[in-house]
Design a protein around this ligand. Structure first.
Ligand code: AHR
Length: 516
């Protein structure tokens, strides 16, 4: 054989082995043990976040479209109702420590106009304030999650907002609320005491913030049994374990929720990378970094366990999601980004982690709900579209307030990229109030299908039905002209036989399976 022919034969053999490799599904084995269920998955893990930032509120939720007068968007509200949003964190974010609630009440024409110096120097007309936010949460069917101002506000200002929101009537502040159209108290419980107080909320050391926190928390007093505050303290940024240690030691007794923030980046803070123009390296790194939240949750929870072994204090992942460079041509301060199948997988991985740690993680808020960062919904004038992330939240409604069922990996096939690898499959499971078991599962590998077998213990099912979210490419996304490129479809790749659930998971997919 000539050297040329040998090269051809070798090249052919390599090519066919590459094809075989690409087509061969990897195998993962799991055990779902319903006999070991203890914890409930709080629906508040599926919380949202709406900050005065870019077009998150103005245009996204609150528009002049059609009537020329400011009003809430019916289309966006209808879509949010479908995913059963449990709470909406507002008004920030960094904006919260710059916001003075009195600017946003009373006749709109008299409200001051301020410059939103944190987010793009936009002029904020305060037309969306307390009453408008409360109408939003009411119409969405969510609970309020208000974040008060510690950074530039005062104790008195926060205590008075609390009274305005919750006093049943007869005080001047309650009367003012009635004059502004709402006689009944709003009964707000979830209340954040500052935001990122280690950074944009005041650049404080944990020792200093712990003292500030204790003071502010003391003045959120109940007016009756239904207004006991659920007080949320600024928690750590990512792996700042010292912050958690100091907060739990110095103020743990007065904390109901500790607010961890963690963003997934495909690149660096200076160069995050495009939301839509990326290759497999960025795909792999994004999913690998999304998985990192499990280590953060585990380690912060271990510190909390030392001070709070009964797990009274919730870990709230109050900001999470993937953060890309803004879309070309948009205001860099408005954080407007597209959302692809990669983002859907980041959401699925993160939500699976929160579900699996339901004993301690009892709240989370994806950043953010509309038109900002990893949004559920994008709007353009009167048009709107649902992102791939929206569909993941739709699938995961089955887990809201359901009993978490432990699901453990006994053999993990790997998704390898270069010399690195991560488990190819992510999953979580729960049993709802009707006794129905649901499993959510994703295949992180963009190229290869995965076969998954789940040994079912304590579950007597004979069939499985489901829905799938997948896409033609890693970077497929929904645009205003093509809003249904990434959309759910019925899933027929799951079977139950002999106490085993077998699933054929296509590459880059998320599924929800109902066992019957
Ligand atoms: O979500 C955008 C910003 O990210 C928030 O305002 C801030 O809390 C965080 O740093």
């Amino acid at each position: 054989m000539t050297r040329f022919r040998i090269a051809l034969v070798l090249a052919g053999a390599l090519a066919s082995s590459a094809v075989a490799h690409a087509q061969q599904p990897s195998a993962t084995r799991l055990v779902l043990d319903a006999t070991q269920a203890h914890d409930t998955i709080s629906r508040h893990i599926y919380g949202q976040f709406a900050e005065h930032l870019g077009h998150g509120i103005y245009e996204g939720l609150w528009t002049r479209e059609g009537t020329g007068q400011w009003h809430l968007r019916d289309d966006v509200i209808a879509a949010l109702r479908r995913i059963q949003v449990p709470n909406i964190r507002w008004p920030g974010g960094c904006f919260a420590d710059y916001y003075h609630w009195r600017d946003g009440i009373g006749p709109a024409a008299k409200r001051p106009r301020m410059v939103n110096t944190i987010w793009g120097n936009a002029v904020e007309d305060n037309s969306f304030g307390t009453e408008e936010y409360m109408e939003l949460v009411h119409r969405v069917g969510a609970e309020p999650f208000v974040v008060g101002n510690v950074g530039t506000g005062s104790l008195r200002e926060m205590a008075e907002w609390w009274e305005y929101l919750n006093h049943p009537g007869g005080s001047s502040l309650a009367d003012e609320r009635a004059a502004n159209g709402h006689t009944a108290p709003y009964n707000v419980r979830r209340f954040g005491i500052g935001n990122e107080s280690w950074g944009c909320g005041g650049a404080m050391r944990p020792e200093h913030y712990a003292d500030e926190y204790r003071q502010f928390a003391e003045f959120l007093r109940p007016f009756n049994d239904s207004t006991h505050a659920f007080r949320v303290a600024t928690g750590p940024s990512g792996d700042d374990y010292n912050w958690t240690e100091v907060m739990m030691r110095e103020a743990g007794r007065m904390i109901d929720g500790l607010d961890l923030h963690y963003y997934t980046l495909a690149g660096t803070w200076a160069k995050k990378g495009s939301a839509t123009q990326f290759g497999e390296r960025e795909w792999f790194v994004s999913l690998q970094r999304a998985r990192h939240v499990e280590e953060l949750v585990t380690k912060h929870a271990a510190i909390m366990d030392k001070y709070d072994p009964r797990k009274r204090v919730a870990l709230i992942v109050g900001e999470w999601g993937i953060w890309h460079d803004v879309e070309p041509g948009t205001n860099p301060g408005f954080l407007y980004q597209q959302s692809t199948m990669r983002d859907a997988l980041v959401a699925a991985i993160s939500l699976d982690v929160f579900n699996r740690h339901a004993d301690r993680v009892r709240g989370a808020n994806i950043a953010q709900m509309v038109n900002v960062l990893q949004a559920m919904i994008l709007t353009q004038g009167p048009r709107m579209l649902l992102t791939p992330t929206y569909h993941v939240f739709d699938f995961y409604t089955v887990h809201h307030d359901a009993v978490a069922l432990p699901i453990t990996v006994t053999a993990a096939s790997q998704y390898a990229f270069g010399s690195d690898s991560i488990p190819a499959v992510s999953a979580s499971a729960s049993r709802d109030a009707r006794g129905v078991v649901h499993v959510t599962m994703s295949n992180l590998d963009p190229n290869r299908a995965a076969t998954v077998s789940v040994e079912l213990r304590g579950v007597s099912a004979t069939s499985a039905i489901g829905r799938i979210l997948t896409a033609p490419a890693m970077n497929s996304f929904n645009s205003f002209d093509h809003p249904d490129v990434v959309r759910p479809a019925p899933f027929s790749g799951a079977r139950v036989a002999g106490g085993t659930l077998s699933v054929a998971l296509p590459a880059r997919s998320v599924v929800v399976i109902e066992l019957r």
